[in-house]
Write a protein that binds this ligand. Structure first.
Ligand SMILES: [Zn+2]
Length: 323
């Protein structure tokens, strides 16, 4: 795992490389920022950099034994904790801790990575805190989370916080194209990925992108449609399980376009410029005030999605708001 394998985050990479080069590596780091932007991958790239036997030009070599082991998950001095059935529990933390007190087997660093650290139970967080307060030498602790506020303050105050932002579209497209994705498909996925290469990669595999046009036209045809037709549409979204969130994101981009179209924005300014015609027609039928209400429903859902992704309720409200 190399820094070069992760799109964007140049400032974060530079910060970590500088800390390693100056031998001032913080023992406990908190990597926080949106989902799917590469926090965990950067953590592994950082560990690679620390243990690489041939690092150069601000990156690990990717070829030496420790580098390869970090990449394929067999590096003995790395433990990764992640939620099981929704929680990182105290037993998992307690099991991982003693290993941190041994000398690293490969060296010179060992690492405990807690992914989705916000899922730690309070007991688990307190168990981790004991080690965070007096970290064993040559230990790198990385907590990764999109929602640091959920963690106890005592834990946060022990960590060096590294904020991650969304990844620029150009960087995401380059990453996807580098992985062999066709440029047009890469752009389409990136446009709906909201700065998250992880989401873009997921979208490429999801039927959402392939059926996007039909889905959007189906939504736009709901203006003036019967209650049954609306409910059928809502059923389709809510029952699409793993894709439901992506469909909601797609609807969000469409409603945003409706608002823009109602305000007279040019086609090129829309997020779905290829569907400008049906979007304009819909905007003309619903009017600006109603478009604002549609956007409100989606924004409210989006703001709460982490806590209760009640897609069914949101999509019902949405289709019923359409005149
Ligand atoms: Zn290496």
């Amino acid at each position: 795992m190399r820094f070069a394998d992760v799109a964007g985050h140049e400032a974060v990479k530079e910060l970590l490389v500088r800390a390693a080069d100056r031998e001032r590596v913080p023992h406990a780091c908190l990597f926080h920022g949106p989902e799917g932007v590469g926090k965990r991958t950067i953590a592994l790239a950082f560990l690679s950099y620390l243990v690489c036997r041939d690092r150069a030009d601000g990156d690990s070599c990717g070829r030496c034994v420790p580098c390869r082991q970090v990449s394929d998950g067999t590096f003995v001095d790395l433990a990764v904790l992640q939620p099981e059935k929704g929680y990182v529990k105290i037993d998992a933390v307690r099991d991982a801790m003693p290993r941190l007190y041994y000398q690293p087997l490969v060296g010179p660093w060992k690492c405990l990575l807690i992914d989705d650290a916000h899922a730690m139970t309070l007991e688990a967080a307190n168990a981790a805190l004991k080690t965070l307060e007096e970290p064993p030498s040559s230990t790198l602790f990385v907590l990764v989370t999109p929602t640091p506020d959920v963690l106890p303050r005592t834990v946060l105050s022990r960590c060096f916080a590294v904020p991650f932002g969304p990844v620029a579209a150009a960087d995401t497209v380059r990453l996807l194209v580098g992985r062999g994705v066709e440029e047009e498909a890469a752009r389409a996925a990136t446009a709906r990925a909201r700065g998250s290469p992880g989401r873009a990669i997921r979208l490429l595999d999801s039927p959402v992108l392939a059926e996007r046009e039909d889905f959007v036209k189906g939504f736009l045809a709901l203006a003036g449609a019967s209650a049954e037709e609306r409910m059928r549409f809502a059923d389709g979204v809510a029952s699409s399980k793993d894709d439901a969130e992506d469909l909601m994101d797609l609807l969000e981009s469409v409603v945003q376009d409706v608002l823009l179209a109602a305000a007279g924005a040019p086609d090129a300014g829309l997020r779905n410029p290829d569907l400008a015609e049906p979007i304009r027609e819909f905007a003309g039928r619903v009017g600006q005030d109603r478009a604002v209400r549609l956007a409100d429903v989606l924004l409210e859902w989006d703001a709460n999605r982490r806590y209760s992704p009640a897609i069914r309720v949101a999509v019902d409200r949405l289709v019923l708001e359409i005149p």
